[in-house]
Design a binder for this molecule. Structure first.
Ligand SMILES: *Cc1c(COP(=O)(O)O)cnc(C)c1O
Length: 384
């Protein structure tokens, strides 16, 4: 059980009590810190959010209509972080649907990354030669409105990995070129410890699999799940973790405690961020987030250009915006705080890194490069 010694209970307790009241529960700190209680008491309905937040017209419409297309759910913990007054709160924009979700713009796609095309076994995407993406479940702790897998997640059409494991293991055993398995979502850390342990043991038993990582937003939406038992399990199987954070306000004392537990156990931590309009599309927002992650010993790994998923145009920025933002970070701050900016190429091309040109000329064995401050330098190749 998480003891609140490292937290500041006075700041959040009042909001927690309000949320429990909305849910018809009495507030109890121990229950609040139990991840299963959090999952059982997620906020999903318009009535919940009407009591929690001063909703804007677009959010109200979104909450009425959007759930038919893509589920709405927010853990009580994450709900306690939403600004009740400000519909443009960067956390609200990520989890509360807006009427704009119903707009289909010309570039929008149902399966933007073309994953279904590269799926040899249900829930296994084999795109790159040496690694696969294994989809664990079809549910998450909360639903990101820009989800790249909204066609699968929360749709109730994919069995959990435990029921598909034989087929997956058979494929992996046969394909000896696969050395890396990325288990992602639906969120794998919503599995109970025992089935997760079984899954990891089964993968570890395959000799050619050297590297296993889990992609999860649980540390952001439900840090209570990062129990000492779960951490020991991840440590036992030598797993790497890719977390998902989009705004510095997600980095609460609870999240800091979860990251501390993971890092103290030697679990390497990376983070993936989606560039989102109004959420983190400014130099300040990205710097604060990436610096905040480094303080928690989390290395920013990828910054994604938002995939053209149906109904997400209102959250997408231009590629130029992303290029400009990365140029303002690269060289200006700690290299570890600068993730690789990528476009996951629509149609199934995989992740393609993009960066403003730094090689400005390359002639007769001399490269002219431009540094972070805009000055140019030359580097001459050795003579053959
Ligand atoms: C992102 C992704 C991977 C892992 O890519 P890395 O660049 O190694 O992090 C593997 N398979 C699929 C389908 C992916 O989308």
């Amino acid at each position: 059980m998480i003891k609140n010694t490292t937290l500041d209970p006075l700041v959040t307790d009042i909001r927690c009590e309000e949320i429990c009241q909305i849910l018809g529960e009495t507030y109890n700190q121990e229950r609040w810190n139990n991840w299963r209680w959090q999952m059982r008491h997620r906020l999903t309905k318009l009535e919940h959010f009407q009591k929690l937040l001063r909703l804007s017209a677009t959010e109200e419409k979104g909450l009425l209509i959007a759930p038919e297309k893509f589920a709405v759910a927010v853990t009580p913990y994450f709900a306690s972080l939403l600004d009740p007054e400000d519909p443009l709160c960067p956390l609200r924009l990520q989890v509360i649907p807006r009427q704009e979700e119903l707009i289909v713009s010309p570039a929008d796609m149902v399966d933007p990354c073309g994953e279904d095309h590269d799926t040899p076994v249900p829930g296994l995407v084999h795109r790159y030669p040496d690694r696969v993406l294994l989809l664990a479940l079809d549910s998450c702790a909360a639903y990101c409105r820009y989800c790249t897998r909204s066609r699968l997640v929360s749709q109730g059409e994919m069995y959990p990995v435990t029921r598909r494991l034989d087929a997956i293991a058979a494929y992996l055993e046969e394909h000896t070129e696969i050395r890396d398995v990325l288990i992602s979502g639906g969120d794998p850390l919503l599995m109970a410890d025992e089935p997760l342990d079984n899954l990891l043991r089964r993968l570890r038993a395959i000799k050619h699999i050297e590297f296993i990582r889990i992609g999860s937003r649980v540390p952001s939406f439900l840090p209570q799940r990062i129990t000492p038992e779960l951490v020991a399990l991840l440590r036992k199987h030598r797993v790497w973790l890719s977390l998902h954070f989009c705004h510095v306000r997600e980095l609460t004392p609870e999240v800091a405690q979860a990251c501390d537990r993971l890092a103290d156990s030697g679990i390497p931590l990376g983070s993936q961020t989606v560039l989102l309009k109004g959420v983190n599309d400014s130099e300040k927002a990205l710097k604060n987030l990436f610096h905040g992650l480094l303080k928690l010993r989390v290395r920013p790994y990828y910054l994604y250009q938002c995939d053209p998923v149906v109904g997400t145009a209102h959250l997408r920025t231009s590629v130029q915006t992303g290029l400009d933002l990365i140029s303002k970070l690269r060289g200006h701050t700690t290299g570890y705080a600068v993730p690789t900016y990528v476009i996951d190429a629509p149609g199934g091309g995989g992740k393609v890194p993009i960066q403003a040109e730094t090689l400005v000329a390359y002639e007769n064995g001399t490269a002219t490069v431009q540094n972070w401050a805009g000055k140019t330098y030359t580097y001459t190749d050795p003579v053959e």
